[in-house]
Design a protein around this ligand. Structure first.
Ligand code: HEC
Length: 80
């Protein structure tokens, strides 16, 4: 991830930083890879990611802050 990713993240998610993005990436890899392979962030747009992450959160048994960090990461990296 680069500074420009962090900049894009903070435009959409107030308070997002390089550190929170990295945290989101780590959580995504840890929590979202157990049942299926990791989906490429670029495979969906923001609206689709919002739906998928909301729907998958109970499956992954994650709390709201974790869900937000994962959402921040995949939406920022989807590039659309
Ligand atoms: C307990 C198992 C489990 C965990 C953990 C899990 N998933 Fe899934 N996921 C599924 C199953 C089963 C499907 C396929 C059926 C469906 O779409 O409901 C799926 C489908 C998906 C899809 C594709 C939907 C589509 O229609 O193309 C996405 C995107 C996804 N998961 C993202 C995530 C993310 C992000 C996380 C972490 C927050 C996650 N998953 C964690 C079980 C899981």
């Amino acid at each position: 991830m680069t500074d420009s990713d962090a900049l894009r993240a903070s435009a959409k998610f107030p308070g997002a930083t390089m550190a929170s993005l990295q945290n989101g990436k780590m959580l995504y890899e840890e929590k979202c890879s157990t049942c299926h392979g990791l989906k490429n962030p670029a495979a969906y747009n923001e609206e689709e990611w919002r739906k998928h992450v909301r729907r998958m959160a109970p499956k992954a048994k994650i709390d709201k802050p974790t869900e937000e960090l994962i959402l921040q990461y995949v939406v920022t990296m989807c590039g659309k």
